[in-house]
Design a binder for this molecule. Structure first.
Ligand code: TZP
Ligand code: MG
Length: 217
């Protein structure tokens, strides 16, 4: 999983579903159990994106999700917090444009770890690649209510453009559903990351099943 996912997408390579777990969507639920179930259904990457918990709570939950991912065979990425990623032995960290620079995260994480960077434009994508990002989280592709300070939607054309020159996988994010995921992948994305299409659904696991089925090649 790890090795394949880090390579540039090629025709015939199975796309990645990156399920994001965090509050408020998953509040009151056991994140480790959610991760386990999602992985059993076919998710390859779990990202813990937690804006409400304090550092200790994050490490506590992060350790449990990390164990789930390790036992069931998924990559585990921590959003924003390289310190938490190191503390829980995560596979990687995902950084926004105003988080610590990728080079700093790389040094903190140590060799072999994944550093992903959020980008929303071609310029940001080029800069993230130059800074050594292992993958790009590109978006929002479509309108989303899940991120307050999200950039304007970049659209499929930006996915196409960035995917055309990026030497690292492009994971599309923002407003992605089982209905529109195919066109996002067709535009060159190596995978999609989702929050609300799963967690805001009355039946999250049925949505998961639809994503997985749609992404099977
Ligand atoms: N970064 C860009 S859009 C977004 C993030 C974290 C939110 C994506 O959530 P959703 O609900 O899948 O649109
Ligand atoms: Mg961030």
């Amino acid at each position: 999983v790890f090795a394949n996912w880090r390579k540039r997408p090629e025709p015939g390579r199975e796309p990645v579903l990156n399920l994001i777990i965090g509050s408020p969507w998953c509040s009151g639920q056991d994140y480790a159990e959610l991760a386990e179930k999602a992985i059993r259904m076919g998710t390859r990457v779990i990202q813990l994106r937690e804006k409400e918990k304090d550092s200790r709570e994050m490490i506590e939950v992060g350790l449990r999700v990390a164990r789930s991912c390790r036992e069931h065979g998924a990559i585990f990425i921590v959003n924003d917090r390289a310190d938490v990623a190191v503390a829980v032995g995560a596979d990687g960290v995902h950084l926004g444009q105003t988080d610590i620079p990728p080079e700093v995260a790389r040094a903190m994480m140590g060799p072999g770890k994944i550093v992903g960077v959020s980008v929303s434009t071609v310029e940001e994508a080029r800069a993230a690649i130059a800074a050594g990002a292992d993958y790009l989280g590109l978006g929002p592709v479509f309108a989303t209510a899940s991120k307050q300070d999200a950039a304007p939607p970049c659209g499929l054309e930006t996915v196409r453009q960035v995917a055309s020159f990026s030497p690292v996988p492009v994971i599309a994010i923002g407003g992605i559903t089982p209905e529109n995921a195919r066109e996002v992948l067709n535009a060159g994305a190596a995978g999609v990351a989702v929050i609300s299409a799963v967690w805001d659904s009355p039946d999250p696991w049925d949505q998961m099943r639809r994503f997985i089925e749609m992404m099977r090649i």
